[in-house]
Design a protein around this ligand. Structure first.
Ligand code: NAD
Ligand code: UD1
Length: 339
């Protein structure tokens, strides 16, 4: 496994995956329309691992551009990160989300079929478990969604499963991410939310850097130890490494369909994360308790055993390192890659 097409490679998780791919001796080729990123992330990747990946600025809906990339490069497999990811935005603009995420993936799969490249690792999400009946969540739990973003992930999972059942020459891995946070240890690449962050960790770091006044904790009356929501936070570099392991398994077993949770198996509450952040950075994070956010669930954490057994995947970084690394990135880049 050498040449890996990485759609969405300039984004948050994609840029971290590029570093892990290069360090594993692979050659990532980036395909990204930069709709939610900048190519400065690729420069930063180069400064970490010494390689500026070959880059195509193009859309996954553009089939000619996709054909060109497959024609110009001897691609062995695809990691498919490209997609829109904001839950709130997906409720306001469902058609845009279905077109970009679902139709975009269909275009990619058609181009792969034309090129005879039949190995793909797809970025799915724990959101496909909807409101799980219990935790930890295993891969065989029932699936459901409550918003167009989640529905787009579930539709893509179905398309990929149908594709596999129609033609066993495909090798397909669905990775269901829990809550990726943190940043590469170097502090050179990280998450750049557009506007006011929706997710917890970027909101905390924006408060820490002085761009936002205080954190709003969405509910403290959940049936959890301290009443705030519990999630399975996973360091983005650990998550990125999971993709290398998924490719290595696909190389060994090229005609399989596999589904894995990528999480740590440990749940932390909102206040656990806030307190750990304050402890490791020494910065006060003022917060207020607000009502629950519509659509939120009380707790969500993975059973990570399948990925451990079959991929050899185990998260290496703990919650303290996730906070330290998120802060190192944010402090050095209060305005993202512009700094
Ligand atoms: P991101 O927005 O930072 O990265 C996505 C990248 O895809 C961006 O660089 C964007 O420019 C690109 N892109 C979007 N639409 C495109 C298109 N039509 N053509 C070409 N490029 C396009 O997001 P991320 O956090 O790195 O997420 C990567 C993937 O992982 C997404 O599919 C997301 O849904 C999924 N995911 C993310 C999380 C999370 O918490 N970050 C959780 C679960 C799943
Ligand atoms: C959210 C999305 C989910 C997506 C995931 C990763 C929703 C309903 N779910 O998950 O589909 O896959 O992001 O992108 O948007 N919190 C606060 N204050 C804040 C922000 C969050 O208290 O300002 C709390 C939430 O209530 C939750 C926890 O922090 O308990 C984590 O929230 P968040 O980071 O948004 O992730 P999820 O809700 O798990």
């Amino acid at each position: 496994m050498k040449n890996i097409l990485v759609t969405g490679g300039a984004g948050f998780i994609g840029s971290h995956a590029l570093v892990e791919l290069v360090e594993a001796g692979m050659n990532p080729i980036v395909y990204d329309n930069l709709s939610n990123s900048t190519d400065k992330s690729l420069k930063a990747v180069e400064s970490i691992c010494g390689v500026y990946p070959k880059f195509y600025q193009a859309d996954i809906l553009d089939e000619e551009a996709l054909d060109r990339v497959f024609a110009e490069n001897d691609i062995d497999a695809v990691i498919h990160f490209a997609g829109l990811k904001s839950v709130g935005e997906s409720v306001a603009q469902p058609v845009r989300y279905y077109e970009n995420n679902v139709a975009g993936t269909v275009c990619l799969l058609k181009a792969m079929e034309r090129a005879g490249v039949r190995k793909i690792v797809f970025s799915s999400s724990a959101t496909v478990y909807g409101s799980p009946k219990s935790c930890p969540i295993s891969e065989d739990f029932p699936l459901s969604t409550t918003n167009p973003y989640g529905a787009s992930k579930l539709m893509i999972e179905s398309i990929l499963k149908d594709l596999y059942h129609s033609d066993h020459r495909w090798g397909i891995t669905l990775l269901r991410y829990f809550n990726p946070i943190g940043a590469h240890k170097s502090g050179k690449i990280g998450e750049v939310p557009s506007g006011i962050p929706n997710n917890l960790m970027p909101y905390i770091t924006n408060v820490a850097v002085g761009q936002l006044e205080k954190l709003h904790v969405f509910g403290n009356d959940y049936p959890t130890p301290d009443g705030t929501g519990v999630r399975d936070y996973i360091h983005v570099s650990d998550l990125a490494r999971g993709h290398v392991l998924a490719l290595q398994r696909l190389e060994k077993y090229p005609e399989e369909l596999n589904i894995y949770n990528l999480g740590t198996g440990t749940g932390y509450s909102v206040l656990d994360l806030v307190n750990t952040f304050m402890e490791v950075t020494g910065i006060d994070i003022p917060y207020v308790i607000d009502p629950r956010r519509p659509g939120d669930i009380a707790e969500c954490y993975a059973n990570p055993e399948k990925a451990k057994k079959e991929l050899g995947f185990e998260a290496q970084f703990g919650i303290k390192e996730m906070c330290e690394d998120a802060w190192r990135w944010q402090e050095g880049h209060p305005h993202g890659y512009e700094d």
